[in-house]
Design a protein around this ligand. Structure first.
Ligand SMILES: Cc1cc2nc3c(=O)[nH]c(=O)nc-3n(C[C@H](O)[C@H](O)[C@H](O)COP(=O)(O)OP(=O)(O)OC[C@H]3O[C@@H](n4cnc5c(N)ncnc54)[C@H](O)[C@@H]3O)c2cc1C
Length: 488
């Protein structure tokens, strides 16, 4: 089947009738529900964009000859990597990078696990085959995916098997001739319930010991599998128009707790079954983390461009661009953007073929970027807040501007240097929705945490960093310092 259209994505969700709950109710049809329908439209637009820009967004499937999504491409050359990244950035631009889970993020994951599947054979030769088949299935059917990696936050000081109720977390219940039964809770599925299938994989960061083997699983199942429930947090799409909530009204992806009640997973969808050793190595040895980090960096370059555009427009709007500290804050965003672009260039141009023949970006550059951006993004948000000041609270709605009596007052009263009140407030509402609204606050939280706890990622980064050359450099330098004072 060729790549999906938006209509097919929406029809697929209607037909699937996934078990989604929100605010104490089961959702009848996510595509019509106020919490989900707008982001579903935005996702549908992404699928439609594949056909609006086919040269950029589609390629010919190596197995069927159909036109499939470019973001599923197994890159074989640096040119392929760039082509795939340009498709990813095309999608990111539609939301200013505010949709962390445009489908490309997990498309890159299934591709990497599908082509670098030999690790899974350590558990069972079938599992490697399953990973390859799943990549092809996802690509040929343009499957939209969510994923869940984290055990519930019960007691982080203990391993899973030591928890007071060890069966709370998703675990293996039974192996049967036709598949496995799993039960328990997993966190946190962004876009849970509004995608076709769910990937259950181990954490990218947290490692498990052998006694946690029953929790060490990887598989993929349709989101309407019996026993599977998505328990969504309340929505930050408050049903406002695009003018009032320019981001939250369109790109609120939602996050869900995932409950598995004795869920059956057929063997052909299992990649890891009760094997902590394979789980601990999955993201690294399949290079999935590399290809996902490539998508993240590509997306976050677009996001930083968007933040910079908003900051510069605000400076112009209220005439603050001449002040020294304002310029310095603008420069901070510019430096962030340029640094991210340099990481991307190095990642792509130092790429090498891995053992599967996949052109694999330089992870040193991507690892630096993915460890750094969570630390810097809160600062970008803070800069917008500092620049906007009261302007981020003096934000009447479009209805206020349309009101006969108060409309003219605010249109004049809230004018900017070169803008009327209506235009200035529209811009400042965008800045507010990006940083201070519930939607904006989640963006900051998302960038900080979605790839794993940045503290532990930083610890791993420090551990793995090749420190010897730098220590040796200092040793050599000190050895050459003889202690004899230079004569004048
Ligand atoms: C908006 C958002 C969307 C997300 N979407 C997804 C998704 O789609 N799929 C998915 O699988 N996950 C998702 N996540 C979850 C994300 O992967 C986790 O938040 C992240 O891995 C951190 O794990 P945790 O939340 O369990 O934090 P915890 O591990 O519970 O950490 C809580 C605090 O305790 C500290 N801490 C805990 N243990 C240790 C330790 N051993 N050493 C030092 N410090 C420790 C941490 O540093 C942190 O400050 C999402 C998260 C957010 C916020």
């Amino acid at each position: 089947m060729p790549a999906k259209t938006g209509k097919q994505y929406i029809e697929g969700l209607k037909k699937a009738n996934n078990n989604v709950y929100i605010q104490g109710e089961r959702v009848d049809d996510v595509t019509e529900h106020p919490a989900f329908k707008n982001v579903i439209k935005s996702m549908a637009n992404l699928y439609d964009l594949q056909y609006e820009k086919p040269e950029k967004m589609l390629y010919t499937s190596p197995t069927t000859g159909d036109k499939v999504g470019m973001t599923f491409l197994q890159p074989r050359s640096v040119e392929d990597l760039i082509k795939r990244r340009e498709a990813m950035q095309e999608w990111a631009r539609t939301s200013g990078g505010m949709m962390g889970r445009s489908p490309d993020y997990l498309n890159a994951e299934v591709m990497a696990m599908g082509v670098n599947n030999s690790l899974f054979a350590e558990g069972d030769p079938r599992f490697a085959e399953n990973a390859r088949n799943y990549y092809e299935y996802a690509r040929e059917n343009d499957i939209s995916l969510t994923h869940t990696l984290i055990h519930p936050q019960v007691n982080r000081a203990k391993a899973q098997h030591q928890q007071k109720d060890a069966n709370v977390a998703l675990h293996l219940v039974e192996e049967r001739p036709d598949g496995i039964i799993v039960d328990g809770i997993r966190l946190l599925a962004t876009q849970g319930g509004i995608t076709d299938e769910i990937l259950v994989f181990p954490s990218t960061v947290k490692k498990a010991g052998e006694l946690d083997d029953p929790y060490s699983l990887a598989f993929a199942i349709p989101n309407n599998t019996p026993g599977l429930k998505f328990i969504s947090r309340e929505s930050f799409d408050y049903g406002k128009n695009d003018w009032d909530h320019p981001l939250g009204s369109r790109f609120e992806e939602g996050d869900a707790i995932v409950s598995f009640e004795n869920v059956f997973v057929p063997w052909e969808r299992v990649f890891v079954c009760g094997n902590s050793s394979v789980c601990n190595r999955t993201f690294k040895e399949t290079n999935a983390v590399v290809h996902m980090a490539h998508q993240v960096l590509a997306k976050n370059i677009v996001k930083t461009e968007f933040v910079l555009g908003v900051a510069l427009s605000m400076m112009d709007a209220i005439g603050i661009d001449g002040f020294q500290h304002v310029q310095d804050k603008g420069a901070e965003i510019m430096l962030t953007l340029e640094t991210m672009k340099s990481h991307l260039y190095r990642a792509e141009h130092n790429a090498k073929l891995d053992k599967s023949g996949t052109m694999t970006p330089d992870f040193a550059a991507l690892d630096a970027a993915r460890n750094w951006y969570p630390r810097i993004y809160p600062r970008l948000s803070e800069i917008i807040r500092i620049l906007g000041a009261s302007g981020l609270m003096g934000i009447p709605t479009e209805a206020d501007f349309n009101h006969d009596e108060i409309g003219p007052i605010i249109h004049r009263g809230l004018q900017g240097k070169n803008l009327e009140g209506y235009e200035r407030v529209q811009l400042f509402r965008l800045a507010w929705d990006m940083t201070l609204s519930a939607f904006g606050s989640r963006q900051t939280h998302y960038e900080y945490y979605f790839f794993g706890d940045p503290i532990r990622m930083g610890m791993t980064y420090f551990d793995n960093y090749d420190k010897e050359p730098y220590k040796n450099y200092i040793q050599d330098f000190l050895k050459k310092s003889t202690g004899v004072k230079a004569s004048n």
